[in-house]
Design a protein around this ligand. Structure first.
Ligand SMILES: [Zn+2]
Length: 73
């Protein structure tokens, strides 16, 4: 048996970026509103108050509605 003569490879230095939490407030509000809009369209939209008339949005999110267990048909 021969002994391994490989030298250990030095890991490169990694610098973790610092994320200032106070500057994320605007993005948290924006994506929160976006998420609430998406949840509304998936869960409650039946075409009555949608911008496009009819059931277009309902049909687009129909599978997601069933996946999340919202009553549909
Ligand atoms: Zn359905």
């Amino acid at each position: 048996m021969s002994q391994s003569t490989a030298t250990p490879i030095a890991a490169p230095a990694v610098q973790v970026p610092v994320v200032p939490l106070l500057q994320l407030g605007t993005w948290v509000v924006f994506f929160g509103l976006l998420a609430m809009l998406a949840i509304f369209f998936v869960s409650a939209d039946q075409g009555a108050i949608s911008l496009p008339a009819g059931n277009a949005v309902h049909e687009w999110v129909h599978d997601a509605r069933h996946l999340l267990g919202y009553p549909c048909h």
